[in-house]
Design a protein around this ligand. Sequence first.
Ligand SMILES: [Zn+2]
Length: 323
Amino acid sequence: MIDDPRCPVCDASEWDLIGARTYDRAAIETADEYVQKRLRVLFEIWHPGKEHVENRSLLCGRCGFVTYAPRPSAADLDRKYRFLCSLDTDENQQQITPERESQRAARLWKKMSRFVDRPGMRVLDFGGDDGRLVVPFAEHGCDCFVVDYAPQSVDQVTRLGATLDDLGEEERFDIVVCSHVIEHVADPHETLMQLRDRMTDGGAIYVEVPMEIWKQPPLHEEPVTHVNFFTVESLRTLLQRAGLQPLSVKLEDYPHPLGHRTVVVSSIARRVTGSPPPVEFSGAAGTRRLLTPPFTTRLQRALLRPQDLPRAAWHQVKRRMSQ
Ligand SMILES: [Zn+2]
């Protein structure tokens, strides 16, 4: 575990402490099965012998990214996956329904279909489990591939291996999908650079991550599932530092495969020839607005879900009347 990490987005070490949470080993006894397994990773794999672990939530002053410390290294995350794999099947998989998954696939196709302009384009789903998210691309004449630790892929998608290292030197892709992957990895900058190297010139990449910073630091019930917490600004910085040209980076309402609604940062970027794009460092102000949202930030968030607006507006009215 790394007690004093550098920012995995911008490489700075200008952290602001924005919160802390202490985890107790005793909570393993009372937690539900999903949380219980992750707390076992925390206390049996990452901090063996400890009864309590304090995680500090850290905000990068240069790019607005948030993580916690002590932060797991790549080797710690590898041990986490080995441990979780040694336990039972993934409980999440049992609750994901085909209807929700095809909804997600259709949503992705709608965003990225404009980049499909000839038959036989090569599409890579990186970290996409069995590749089900890119099935609509296959149905529209693309050659679709997946790289994931999951051993099986759906019929329309060819599995190329567990990691990018399993691919032949010459393998390149016109479209890359990296959806809900980089919030889990030790070095998201390295991951995106590796993907950039696998893209054709002019190729497009879709990157989506959960946006979990809202009114409080992201110190969840268990700190094992996600280790990276992005904002619009820090994801844009990450794409640029990986040599990609962002076309859009924005907040969106998202139908989570487990049924609830959440907010994500969704982004589309291209690999461009010539000199790399300039890198913008937005500082921490945008993230601070998410932690203590002023009215405009709350309104922007409410507008992500127009279906909830009447209720949100009524709450505003009641709040103003009671002042
Ligand atoms: Zn940073």
